[in-house]
Design a binder for this molecule. Structure first.
Ligand code: 5AD
Ligand code: SF4
Length: 451
């Protein structure tokens, strides 16, 4: 078989497998990488073992994420031994760190190429070069350039989709590696976003998740027009056929009253507010460079609940940030008790080389961090359970997402508040929004009956 550039490739149909670590941004990048591979005539492989090209899309937000990705790359050596024609690529946030990229090329020489986060559009060229020259490549721009539009994509789901609205982050929270591996904040022009969503809706998508490290600073980099996140969601709300709008992640500092009111008014925007608080102590919040205090955060929660009485509020919390005393940690517990989050992602602080906090004095011993995490999780779980019980005996609209992970005879879906609901029903309901009566409440899941 010949492709457009006259590079010989194998006679049999070539297949790809992409393993994704990390957040929804990486998941979206994977869909774009898949789209580009399909343009090169690759088709999805049923298993990693059988693939002709394997991409590992890495995450480096915490040490654990990085070591998981590294051990997965290590596993690939045996596949390469079995199939010397196999192409192996490493991309994503870990690949963007120069030191890590060099280390991978040095210690794992069977990796054919490394692609930084700013270079994913170069995948087709790199693959073609490898076909032709059988040479290794490292393509990691140290800085972001203009946003590249109109890349192909292959969405994982037919009924819900991820849509990038901003790339990068300017916040430089002192614990976080993201600004170093995703570059400065850039907003996509709204025309591209709206067109992409319209195209997806025409293809059957009913729910979209708008993606950015800090979605509510969307548009701050526009110099010629004034158009912000509220304006964007108001325009998206008008798209016919679209049923639900979600967004991830928003920064409490930038969540203004205009946005709260806009969300209340736009019926398609889900009343789910994911507001990472990170810590409760003002001293720690300042050291994290978060730009708010416990008091201003609580005021924000009050305002959200005032204008959106059905709001569910979830959060991210880090325990054991350098210098966090028992009193500081108690402030986190106090805040959690005041807000009563519907659920929370909780993490032990993981020092990331190159971030300011990694060099802060008074790093907390792991045993204390783990103890604090356990104490925190216990309280959060109690709240989650209480919140779940409030769903009992009421009917909710559920977007059916597929089969339950634990019981493939049952369907699984999400309420507008992002609560997972398990119920029995026909496969043809997948992708549809249906009414479900909640009959049983557990901490993280609800069980129900189709109405
Ligand atoms: N250690 C632990 N958790 C972290 N997060 C980001 N950086 C770190 C780190 N170095 C958490 C924050 C963020 C979430 C995506 O990951 O809570 O909101
Ligand atoms: Fe990291 Fe803070 Fe940016 Fe979120 S806002 S990506 S935590 S630097």
């Amino acid at each position: 078989m010949q492709n457009g550039n006259n590079f010989e490739i194998e006679e049999h149909a070539q297949t790809y497998y992409i393993q994704t670590f990390g957040c929804q941004m990486n998941e979206r990048d994977t869909e774009i990488l898949a789209g580009m591979l399909e343009q090169l005539s690759y088709s999805p492989s049923a298993s990693i073992e059988k693939a002709d090209i394997i991409l590992i899309n890495t995450c480096c937000i915490r040490e654990k994420a990085e070591s998981k990705a590294l051990s997965q790359i290590g596993e690939l050596k045996k596949f390469k031994n079995n199939n010397p024609h196999l192409i192996i690529g490493v991309c994503g946030c870990m690949a963007q760190q120069e030191e890590k990229a060099k280390e991978i090329m040095r210690s794992l020489p069977y990796v054919d190429f490394i692609l930084g986060t700013h270079n994913i559009h170069e995948l087709p060229d790199v693959v073609k070069k490898i076909w032709a020259e059988k040479q290794n490549y490292v393509l990691v721009w140290d800085q972001e350039k203009e946003i590249i539009e109109n890349l192909p994509y292959k969405n994982k789901f037919s009924y819900k989709a991820l849509v990038n609205i901003t790339y990068g982050c300017n916040n430089f929270c002192t614990y976080c590696i993201v600004p170093y591996v995703r570059g400065r904040e850039r907003s996509r022009q709204s025309e591209y976003i709206l067109k992409e969503i319209r195209d997806m809706v025409n293809d059957g998508v009913v729910e979209i998740m708008l993606l950015g490290q800090n979605v509510n600073s969307y548009g701050k980099d526009f110099t010629e027009i004034e158009y912000d996140f509220s304006d964007l969601i108001s325009d998206i709300n008008e798209i016919e056929g679209l049923k639900r709008i979600r967004y991830m992640t928003s920064h409490p500092r930038d969540f203004n009253l205009k946005l709260i009111k806009t969300i209340a008014k736009c019926e398609k925007v889900c009343q789910h507010f994911h507001l990472p608080v990170q810590a409760g102590s003002d001293k720690i919040l300042a050291k994290m460079n978060r730009g708010y205090t416990q008091e201003t955060y609580l005021k924000l929660v009050d305002n959200i609940r005032k204008f959106n009485p059905n709001a569910t509020i979830t959060t991210d919390i880090i325990v054991g940030f350098p210098g966090e005393t028992d009193e500081d940690f108690l402030e986190t517990l106090n805040l959690v008790k005041k807000v009563k989050f519907d659920s929370a992602y909780t993490f032990v602080y993981s020092p990331r080389k190159g971030t300011p906090a990694a060099n802060f004095p008074d790093q907390i011993p792991l045993a204390i961090k783990k103890e604090r995490l356990q104490t925190l999780n216990q309280i959060i779980n109690e709240h989650s359970r209480e919140k779940s019980e409030q769903y009992l005996n009421k009917v909710y609209e559920v977007l059916v997402e597929g089969h339950s992970k634990n019981n493939d005879q049952m369907l699984s879906g999400r309420t507008e508040s992002a609560k997972n609901v398990i119920f029995s029903g026909d496969d043809e309901l997948i992708g549809k929004i249906v009414p479900v009566l909640i009959t049983e409440a557990q901490t993280w899941i609800l069980k129900g009956e189709l109405q």
